[in-house]
Design a protein around this ligand. Structure first.
Ligand SMILES: C[S@@+](CC[C@H](N)C(=O)[O-])C[C@H]1O[C@@H](n2cnc3c(N)ncnc32)[C@H](O)[C@@H]1O
Length: 223
């Protein structure tokens, strides 16, 4: 069996975004990914880490993480005003710990929109929407420049699984290519720690995502 895996989105259309947010509520494996992301943030060892989420969408991961780490502060970046409005609603009573930043990740100046330097940069199911390999590689490079020594980047995103005969949209590509782009950005030993909802036989567009982690070592770009 073969076919095409991908999805069309209208991120600035209120009706589309509301419908999408209602359909994409966190399931058990998605919550498992949020917990993996939180584990990496906790591994930094900072008592009150500052976290930036790239493409924060409806704020499901933001809410999950803020509820479980009461000293953490959060910056939710997105280019969609409609999604930022929904994230406000999702995060609700925890909003006072969150800054919402409107910026486009395909504009290489997006780090200058951040209010402060983060200890962790995290993202789930967003970077594949940038449309291809180079925009994701560019985001990895900007993240490396932005993080301090000892900081971490965690990207949980849709990938093209090894061994599939299906065609995937360009933003969904192999884990090995993600890890190579992370190394090229300057991260020393990037790893994929999980492949969630794996399905190479008859995949849907909401299956096959990986949790990829990259620590910025203390020794600078080559150290
Ligand atoms: C699937 S949602 C993220 C879900 C989120 N991780 C959560 O747990 O609720 C993907 C988000 O990426 C955002 N996005 C897509 N392309 C973007 C871009 N070029 N710049 C900034 N945000 C972008 C979309 O607006 C959307 O809100």
């Amino acid at each position: 069996m073969t076919g095409f895996v991908g999805a069309q989105h209208a991120f600035h259309d209120a009706d589309f975004v509301r419908g999408w947010a209602d359909r994409f509520v966190p399931t058990a494996p998605r919550l498992q990914l949020f917990d993996m992301v939180l584990d990496q943030i906790e591994a930094i060892g900072a008592p009150a880490p500052h976290v930036v989420e790239l493409g924060a969408g409806p704020g499901y991961m933001a809410r999950h993480i803020l509820e479980r780490h009461d000293r953490l502060t959060y910056e939710a970046l997105d280019f969609s005003k409609v999604f930022i409005d929904i994230a406000h609603e999702t995060i609700g009573d925890l909003t006072h710990r969150v800054v919402f930043t409107e910026a486009d990740l395909t504009d290489q100046s997006w780090p200058s929109a951040l209010t402060r330097r983060p200890d962790a940069i995290i993202s789930t199911w967003a970077l594949h929407d940038l449309g291809g390999r180079q925009p994701v590689a560019d985001v990895y490079a900007r993240c490396f420049e932005t993080l301090p020594a000892g900081g971490v980047l965690v990207n949980g995103d849709f990938i093209k699984p090894d061994g599939t005969s299906w065609e995937y949209e360009p933003g969904r590509f192999e884990i090995a290519a993600h890890l190579e782009f992370l190394r090229q950005a300057g991260f020393q030993d990037p790893q994929s720690i999980a492949h969630l909802e794996p399905n190479i036989v008859d995949p849907t567009s909401s299956q096959n995502y990986a949790c990829m982690i990259a620590w910025r070592s203390a020794g600078g770009r080559n150290g």
